[in-house]
Design a protein around this ligand. Structure first.
Ligand code: HEM
Ligand code: HEM
Ligand SMILES: [Zn+2]
Ligand SMILES: [Zn+2]
Ligand SMILES: [Zn+2]
Length: 364
């Protein structure tokens, strides 16, 4: 199949949210389905829709992109720039067509490595593609594949921390009935938890606390949550080093947090499904009630649960909104660095305090 050629004018016509094309290294990409998932925010790409983003994407001032970003871009390739119609030099044309030839070769898996100069670069790309394909097949239900796999722990951990992008949500279960429970839109969190929080706070008042004391324990609860957020993210979600090397534990890791690193832009796999949050809340609730007397415990737990709700909302907000300049912009960059640069640090999502205390702060 010959590669399709587009003129600069043709690309420029696609500059809306519905149809957004960009040029990168003389190749043409249709990124329409990616725009609203762009981790930096859709406005960044839309502002340059229809134009050449080669320099912008590696611009240190705006944001120098990770390797993962360029791999995502490759999935949207639709053709190359027809440089003959524009006023570019003959050299540029030569480069484009040699790249095009190479791609066609790669697609049809011919092994004629005759007149191709930039062999190494393309071998590299193919290797990456190959390595990826030996991990999970994103078009099939994921849980079953992982459960039946014989991935070693080190291979699994390496792969699951490489971010991938998918149009829409990946399938976890084959069964649509089970699948429903794995998808949690963000607004389910406050709808589910706020009544529980109100109930617990009210119980603390009913069981004899004055409003002042209840408020004091409530805010202590919220503060305790910030530590819980750090501890859960660092030691439970990223148990990585201490994770037993068995398929069962790899699957558990995947469900808890692996999937969010694997597909960070999946909107329905970001906040915690309430049915399962309850499974965790029950022991925490018992713990709270064994440390504090009942009236105080109700107030502390309502504060801690509110802390959790604010945390999960913040997490979604950082990933999917154009964030507020003060504090949140900094936290967004910080959390994206946890995803795309170094997942062994930067565990705080609502703030960096505990990263500072435990010396895991990412310096950007
Ligand atoms: C269509 C091609 C693009 C793709 C596939 C892409 C992908 C990504 C990805 C995966 C990230 C997460 C962090 C990282 O990888 O380092 C990111 C962040 C970011 N991108 Fe892009 N990007 C594209 C185009 C652009 C353009 C054209 C701009 C700017 C004009 C831009 C500005 C940003 C910024 C500012 C961030 C970081 C936000 C922050 O740290 O708070 N991106 N992009
Ligand atoms: C009894 C089993 C489970 C327990 C105790 C549990 C507990 C948790 C906890 C404590 C969190 C972190 C809180 C948060 O980030 O909001 C969480 C997050 C999450 N859980 Fe579960 N979970 C269980 C099973 C599952 C299953 C079966 C799925 C999906 C199929 C799932 C999907 C998720 C997702 C997508 C997140 C969000 C990850 C993130 O915030 O980065 N969990 N779960
Ligand atoms: Zn991890
Ligand atoms: Zn995240
Ligand atoms: Zn993480």
């Amino acid at each position: 199949m010959a590669q399709q050629k587009f003129s600069v004018q043709q690309v420029q016509a696609h500059k809306s949210e519905d149809s957004c094309w960009v040029i990168h290294n003389n190749n043409v990409y249709d990124v329409s389905s990616f725009v609203q998932d762009h981790p930096g925010g859709e406005e960044y790409i839309l502002d340059h829709a229809g134009s050449d983003i080669t320099d912008l994407m590696s611009d240190k001032l705006s944001h120098a992109h990770s390797e993962g970003a360029y791999e995502m871009l490759e999935e949207f390739l639709i053709g190359s720039l027809d440089t003959t119609t524009s006023a570019t030099t003959a050299a540029a044309t030569a480069v484009t067509s040699s790249v095009a030839t190479k791609r066609t070769n790669a697609k049809t898996t011919t092994t004629t490595d005759d007149e191709n100069e930039d062999e190494d670069y393309h071998k590299e790309t193919d290797l990456i593609a190959d390595k990826k394909s030996k991990f999970l097949d994103l078009s099939q239900p994921l849980l079953w594949q992982l459960w039946n796999s014989d991935f070693s722990k080190s291979f699994y951990l390496e792969q699951v921390h490489i971010p991938r992008h998918l149009k829409g949500s990946a399938r976890i279960f084959g069964s649509p009935y089970l699948e429903v429970f794995t998808k949690t839109p963000w607004f389910v969190i406050p709808i589910f938890w706020l009544p529980i929080i109100a109930y617990n706070f009210n119980r603390s008042l009913e069981s004899g606390l004055t409003a002042d004391t209840a408020a004091y324990y409530f805010f202590s609860g919220m503060f305790i949550w910030t530590l819980a957020e750090y501890v859960i993210h660092r030691f439970l979600f990223h148990l990585d080093d201490f994770l037993p090397d068995s398929t069962f534990w790899l699957t558990a890791h995947f469900l808890l947090h692996g999937i969010h690193h694997y597909l960070p832009m999946d909107r329905l796999r970001l906040v915690m499904p309430p049915a399962l949050a309850v499974a965790l809340a029950v022991p925490l609730f018992k713990l709270g009630h064994s440390i504090f007397a009942a009236p105080q415990a109700y107030a502390v737990m309502s504060g801690a649960f509110l802390g959790y709700v604010l945390y999960d909302m913040t997490h979604y907000y950082l990933h999917h909104a154009k964030v507020f300049k003060i504090h949140f912009k900094e936290m967004k960059t910080y959390h994206l660095a946890h995803h795309y640069k170094n997942f062994e640090g930067g565990y705080g999502i609502t703030s960096k305090i505990w990263d500072r205390v435990f010396n895991t702060e990412l310096k950007l």
